[in-house]
Design a binder for this molecule. Sequence first.
Ligand SMILES: Nc1ncnc2c1ncn2[C@@H]1O[C@H](COP(=O)(O)OP(=O)(O)OP(=O)(O)O)[C@@H](O)[C@H]1O
Ligand SMILES: C[C@@](O)(CCOP(=O)(O)OP(=O)(O)O)CC(=O)O
Length: 418
Amino acid sequence: MAEKWVLMVTAQTPTNIAVIKYWGKRDENLILPINDSISVTLDPQHLCTTTSVAVSPTFTHDRMWLNGKEISLSGGRYQNCLRELRARASDVEDEEKGIKITKKDWEKLHLHIASYNNFPTAAGLASSAAGFACLVFSLAKLMNVKEDHSKLSAIARQGSGSACRSLYGGFVKWIMGKEENGSDSIAVQLADEKHWDDLVIIIAVVSSRQKETSSTSGMRETVETSMLIEHRAKEVVPRRIIQMEKAIKDLDFPSFARLTCSDSNQFHAVCLDTSPPIFYMNDTSHRIISCVEKWNRFEGTPQVAYTFDAGPNAVLIARNRKAAALLLQRLLFYFPPQSDTDLNSYVIGDKSILQDAGVHNMKDIEALDSPPEIKDSTPMQKYKGDVSYFICTRPGRGPVLLTDETKALLNAETGLPK
Ligand SMILES: Nc1ncnc2c1ncn2[C@@H]1O[C@H](COP(=O)(O)OP(=O)(O)OP(=O)(O)O)[C@@H](O)[C@H]1O
Ligand SMILES: C[C@@](O)(CCOP(=O)(O)OP(=O)(O)O)CC(=O)O
């Protein structure tokens, strides 16, 4: 009788936002960067990937479904991750189900993978980071790969560079490494998510029509054409990494904010220094920067840090809940929703920040007073509809296994998407 069993694992993995940016590779295939980077992991309750992986002798080839649609696994990045994991797989035995897989069996057994992002894919919210980290983490569990998270991060890195930082919660450093084979280009945790739990993160998802240059091709063009990038990678980032690690260790928000904002601005400056120039931020992004800069200056000490990846969305890190509530008031004042938008879908995630801001309905938004830092400046403008929505979140934990079968994305009997 042919064996019919299906063995399955489900995991959940967060996304992350870099506060010292990775931009530029020294090896395109292995995905080796030209500088270290540091990120904050975002709470998976609000932004995460869930992935189920299954193995069965009845599967005829490796297959993957992303957000319900079958996608091809033939791309080099998926193939590199699968190859690295298969090479490290170990024996697996489940006596209850009568399953016995030896290390060698993994070479010929096929896999089914189903993944779901609880936020828009390829919208500049780092779906590839959470996605590849989750793929590697869940497959490593299924295949009984006996390696620590750092070693797994080096595999996730080959799916997407920033993915290696999603193997940990809290604050994470991706060490660029020196080896040609990439073995020392790994992520390490600097501090867990409880270390600095005052921080609140608000993401402004900015409406954008045009399709941006992907990170992969953008950074390739920068390395090929920008003169500034070498100075950044060799001189600026190494110093900033040391300062940023200290700021995180000391919970020093003013230093953290200055470094985060400067590094985001320098990343966008090297994009502008690329030929042809790459524009990731738009007018709305620039208005958000001005709003934060004016407010920080008015307060005399930073209340909020901003950072932008390869797109117009703003990631705003507030020093505490009080600053986050004041920030949300400002954001809603400048960027009120369209009249037909429901407040409940305009501010998502941790809605308690909205309560703290004293905003319960659309009338409360209309009644918001102009911020004191712009009281005297005229004319004062509002930009209705320029932000699609806001996500309120915080630093979060690393990958976890989900044991609740109802969370699985594949059917336990057939191994096909539910
Ligand atoms: N859950 C997932 N599992 C595996 N791969 C994923 C997953 N989600 C996204 N990806 C991969 O990442 C690609 C999207 O990455 P891309 O870099 O274009 O967008 P992004 O990561 O959402 O945005 P950005 O990198 O600009 O922040 C998808 O085409 C897919 O190949
Ligand atoms: C601006 C960034 O978000 C760039 C991320 O680039 P990716 O990790 O998406 O690029 P690939 O390695 O080519 O997949 C900065 C960062 O996350 O550090």
